[in-house]
Design a protein around this ligand. Structure first.
Ligand code: UDX
Length: 456
């Protein structure tokens, strides 16, 4: 059992802290936000994450985890300090490392015994060398402090599960002492450990995330071509998935990847390459395809409809994926302003993301239109002229083709997540447009649909 401090209580830091406590370590989570610390002490998670709150309460009651703003007391006698603070994207695509630098300085001024500093945040290759030097420069007491890299591969919505049952743990160290200590800290997880040097560990994180982003953009690119040549992306993906070299995961075409990692990490790696005089063409392409893809549904709808002005537009799903209240880089953030600008009266449903979204787009008038947040899907769909699906929440999947037909004024659905079988929508009489597949109406019928909408 080790004494562990964790700097930052966002997705990475808090989940890591709770999971370390769960396997028996003594954990103190540090955050600068006192209100957040008090919230966590009272057993409430500041983020929406499956089973996190339950484990926070269990381990707090068992005395294995605590939360504080007092970094000095948390760092001074820790065996290891994990850094999980943010590295937000800057306008040029580079990562902002100021939070890491602040924590590194605090560590240097606080530690009173030998300690391993472990960077979990995603940082440009070579950053950990700099963090180590930075700590040495400001170190107050003559103790041994080394820096290790330990990138995080958790996905939001399944963060606890991904951490406790990770497919691999990557550690990047520069000494036997650091490697042994990290191995022992991770021993109780009983998971495969890939031990490499620090720079390789830093690179593994970017290379993994960007590969997945590339895979999604590739499928979106192929999906757009499928539409033009009359193929079906879901059938194509199915056929591809049997090849183990390709794999069956992350082949879903849609409205582009969002979230806190893929958009940021693709741009960061592209920036790192540029800084090193190299053009990372594959990742540049992934970024370009994703940018286009986010508004693909809106563009499709704009081509087919004469106007959105005064139409009731149902929006199902606002978050970048289900299982989270996170809106970062969500397609809804790009599409809703476009719809509002065109005068749409939006009725938006999201089981957990509406509150966050209303902070960006307050309920009421917006652009030439308006936005209303509703707590049930039926209310959103009732008498709607058009429906956009942005997130594949279970609640959204549960809506049947007949529900669209029965509830909407004109059953016209633009689905960014390919949730329905074309035949089912066709049979129910719903005009259905999705990604990389045929639409359920012929061109000729669209004209009459426009007239119908105009008259409605
Ligand atoms: C991702 C990685 O999965 C995780 O390993 C890493 O540590 C952080 O980034 P996350 O951003 O939480 O996790 O979500 P993920 O489930 O990977 O989805 C990211 C985005 O890609 C979502 O917008 C999702 O809708 C989209 N996506 C995913 C697709 O469009 N198609 C797919 O096939 C898979």
């Amino acid at each position: 059992m080790y004494k562990i401090a964790v700097a930052g209580t966002g997705y990475v830091g808090l989940v890591a802290g709770v999971c370390f406590a769960e396997v028996g370590h003594q954990v103190t989570c540090v955050d600068i936000d006192e209100a957040k610390v008090n919230l966590m002490k009272s057993g409430v998670s500041p983020i929406y994450e499956t089973s996190l709150e339950e484990l926070m309460q269990k381990n707090y009651a068992a005395g294995r985890i605590d939360y504080t703003t007092d970094f000095k007391s948390a760092y001074k006698d820790a065996d290891a300090i994990f850094i999980g603070v943010g590295t937000p994207e800057q306008p040029d695509g580079s990562a902002n490392l100021s939070y890491i630098a602040t924590v590194a300085r605090q560590i240097a001024e606080s530690v009173e015994k030998d300690c391993l500093v472990v960077v979990k945040s995603t940082v440009p290759v070579g950053t950990n060398d700099k963090v180590e030097q930075f700590i040495q420069d400001f170190l107050v007491n003559g103790v041994r402090v080394e820096v290790a890299s330990n990138p995080e591969f958790l996905a939001q919505g399944s963060a606890v599960q991904d951490t406790l049952h990770a497919e691999r743990i990557v550690i990047g160290t520069e000494s036997k002492w650091a490697e042994d200590l990290l191995m022992k800290i991770y021993e109780p997880f009983h998971l495969p450990i890939v031990s490499v040097n620090r720079r390789s560990a830093e690179m593994i994180k970017y290379a993994s995330n960007d590969f997945l982003a590339l895979k999604i953009s590739y499928m979106n690119d192929i999906a757009n071509l499928c539409e033009l040549v009359g193929a079906d992306i879901q059938d194509v993906a199915k056929g591809m998935s049997y090849d183990e070299r390709i794999g069956s995961k992350f082949l879903n075409a849609g409205i582009g990847y969002g979230g806190s990692c893929f958009p940021k990490d693709t741009k960061a790696l592209e920036y790192i390459a540029r800084q090193n005089g190299y053009e990372l063409k594959t990742i540049k392409a992934a970024i370009d395809v994703n940018k286009e893809q986010k508004t693909m549904l809106y563009k499709k709808a704009s081509k087919s409809l004469i106007t959105f002005n005064l139409l009731k537009v149902a929006v199902l799903g606002l978050t970048f994926k289900p299982g989270t209240d996170d809106l970062r880089e969500a397609a809804s953030l790009e599409n809703i302003p476009l719809l509002l600008e065109q005068g749409a009266n939006i009725f938006a449903y999201d089981p957990v993301g509406a509150e966050n979204f209303s902070k960006v787009h307050p309920e009421g008038k917006g652009g030439r239109g308006s936005i209303t947040y509703v707590s049930n899907i039926e209310h959103a769909l009732q008498d709607a002229n058009v429906c956009f699906i942005f997130t594949e929440w279970g609640e959204v999947k549960a809506v049947t083709p007949e529900n669209y037909k029965d509830l909407m004024r004109t059953p016209l659905v633009y689905d960014g997540r390919n949730l329905y079988r074309l035949e089912d929508m066709q049979n129910a009489g719903v005009e259905y447009h999705s990604i990389g597949r045929k639409s359920t109406v012929k061109e000729a019928k669209k004209e009459s649909k426009n007239l119908e909408l105009q008259n409605s």
